[in-house]
Design a binder for this molecule. Structure first.
Ligand code: SF4
Length: 268
């Protein structure tokens, strides 16, 4: 793992994501190295190899100072932390950039949406409670560690994420569980078990997105399938590319949401 400390000129980016005004990414690259991650476009566009994703992290050490300056003149809007990295990957334990960013954003009361796969987010519950508007999301794509190890090799274990989500709920912080991407190796029954687990925890809502093939992530997904699921590879790609399959999943989610009475927002 290569770690570089870098200085940036800007940290508050205008966002193209629906419903989000700005994004902040305190790190460039992500140590979690998810097989399906399409944030690797940030590396490819600098001439990087898609297979290097997860092998390096650039730490934007001056991000808090830059943000303080940028928020002084910025029009009020909500901020996603983060869109192309995990703001609570292990390095955050040392650098505390996300924590400092939250301190600054809470003083200005900019609304914040957090998305992470890491239980380290619970370290900042004291700060999260200071926002008038905040929503904290944990990505959990499967209940099976064997699948997590293949598609999210360096991300925290599922149980630790479920526990973290439970702590966020208990703390009374608005929250969501993010099933994204929905991997075609997960059966409809497994999706149901996962959503029931969220219901049990008392999460406010579940967001679901399908597997998106972007930024050459097909290369690393295919590597993983060849290594771990050679006999299911063809079926995986057939489903991943089939509008009929995703339509079936969408209908299933709509029904499930009604049957077990939990809000499920489907993003595809
Ligand atoms: S945690 Fe998110 S940003 Fe990091 S590698 Fe995984 S999908 Fe990409």
């Amino acid at each position: 793992m290569k770690i570089n400390e870098i200085k940036v000129k800007s940290i508050l980016s205008k966002s193209g994501i629906y419903g989000i005004d700005y994004s902040i990414n305190p790190y460039r690259g992500c140590a979690h190295g998810c097989t399906y991650c399409y944030a690797r476009f940030t590396h490819i566009c600098r001439g990087g190899d898609p297979r290097d994703w997860g092998q390096f992290v650039n730490v934007k050490i001056n991000a808090p100072q830059v943000l303080k300056r940028e928020l002084t003149n910025a029009k009020k809007g909500n901020i996603l932390i983060s869109s192309v990295t995990d703001p609570y990957q292990a390095l955050e334990g040392k650098y505390e950039l996300t924590r400092k960013i939250l301190e600054i954003s809470s003083r200005k009361q900019f609304p914040v949406v957090i998305l992470t796969k890491s239980p380290l987010v619970t370290r900042d519950i004291d700060l999260l409670k200071k926002f008038r508007y905040i929503e904290v999301g944990l990505t959990i794509t499967t209940l099976k560690e064997s699948i997590r190890e293949i598609f999210e090799p360096n991300a925290p274990k599922i149980e630790s994420r479920l526990n973290a989500l439970g702590e966020i709920v208990e703390a009374g912080i608005p929250n969501y569980a993010f099933i994204a991407p929905l991997l075609p190796v997960i059966s409809l029954n497994e999706i149901k078990e996962l959503i029931l687990e969220f219901k049990e925890l008392g999460v406010d809502r579940v967001m679901v997105d399908k597997l998106n093939i972007k930024a050459k992530n097909w290369i690393t997904i295919n590597d993983a399938l060849e290594r771990y699921y050679p006999d299911k590879k063809d079926e995986f790609w057939r489903k991943a590319r089939s509008p009929v399959y995703w339509d079936r999943v969408r209908k299933y989610l709509v029904e499930l949401s009604k049957n077990i009475n939990i809000r499920v927002d489907i993003l595809f």
